[in-house]
Design a protein around this ligand. Structure first.
Ligand SMILES: C[S@@+](CC[C@H](N)C(=O)[O-])C[C@H]1O[C@@H](n2cnc3c(N)ncnc32)[C@H](O)[C@@H]1O
Length: 285
């Protein structure tokens, strides 16, 4: 297996894909700050695959909703999912050997990159298994636009985009075979952060998830996308959880709160990000 070392937020780590290596070079990262046009033909005003860009934020024309807040997507992701799940506290109180995250809706990958960066900033974190799913994968040029929305952050490198694109080109009907895997090694030389992105419908993908420690429930707003918030999906979240499993989501919709409580989660309402009044977090008793 070929490994490639590069600087990510001034930290060394190694990246490889399990099937074929992803090569990431420093020049890939520098391309972000140079805002160079890539081989994927970036066009910030494109309107393709049911997406349009508004103020640097992708908006789904299919679901009529944004992928992340234009008032600070990076901070929102950290606040709602990383901190909402109390992950910093779990890490500082000697967490288990491996932490498993389960995300509903990979979208632009922003939550993944935010979590990866915070994990890298820890001195000696446990390994992370990051499971996500996506039924409407974004085209590479939209993903690349994320680099322009968050200057200075190392997000979608050319190599990662190529690797993602390659997985999409070989699309398989069976989500078990339709998985994009990447592994990032910590500079402690001991632990890794593994991305497992299952392409397919939420129902088919979620049954493939392992037992999860931290849920990121990020499937557009329930009124705009009920398919991600049905009782069937919430029940699968319950059956892929264990005592102590946490969840966090930007929504505070009453029917979701009540159903999660009926599954055994203790649900807490807390202040939402920015102008949002409320969000919910929970823990399985
Ligand atoms: C709010 S976006 C996720 C944002 C994402 N977490 C990020 O960091 O950019 C919701 C995602 O759920 C996906 N999605 C919606 N309905 C789905 C379904 N039935 N099955 C699988 N994915 C679905 C959408 O394509 C979209 O990418």
């Amino acid at each position: 297996m070929r490994h490639n070392k590069f600087d990510f937020s001034r930290m060394d780590f190694v990246i490889f894909q399990t099937t074929s290596p992803v090569s990431v070079s420093l020049s890939d990262l520098l391309q972000h700050s140079d805002q160079k046009k890539s081989t994927f033909g970036m066009n910030l005003n494109h309107r393709k695959n049911g997406i349009e860009m508004k103020d640097g934020v992708p908006v789904s024309l299919t679901f009529g909703d944004v992928y992340f807040s234009k008032e600070g997507g990076w901070e929102e992701s950290r606040y709602v999912f990383w901190e909402g799940n109390r992950i910093p506290k779990a890490l500082s109180s000697g967490s288990p050997n491996v932490c498993t995250v389960g995300e509903l809706g990979f979208g632009t990958g922003l939550n993944f990159f935010v979590s990866l960066e915070h994990w890298l900033l820890e001195t000696n974190p446990p390994s992370f298994q990051f499971y996500s799913l996506e039924g409407f994968p974004l085209p590479t040029e939209t993903l690349q636009s994320l680099n322009h929305s968050f200057p200075g952050k190392a997000l979608w490198t050319e190599s990662l985009l190529q690797s993602y694109d390659k997985q999409l080109q070989s699309w398989k009907e069976d989500p078990k075979e339709n998985v994009w895997k990447c592994q990032f090694l910590h500079n402690n030389g001991k632990t890794s952060f593994d991305l497992n992105l299952l392409f397919g419908d939420v129902k088919e993908c979620l049954v493939q998830f392992p037992i999860v420690d931290f849920w990121y429930l990020d499937g557009f707003s329930p009124s705009k996308n009920p398919s991600m918030w049905s009782e069937e999906i919430l029940s699968l979240i319950g059956s892929h959880s264990q005592k102590g499993t946490r969840l966090a989501t930007f929504t505070s919709a009453g029917f979701i709160r009540r159903f999660l409580e009926s599954l055994g989660f203790t649900i807490e309402k807390q202040k939402g990000f920015g102008k949002k009044r409320e969000m919910i977090t929970g823990v399985l008793q």
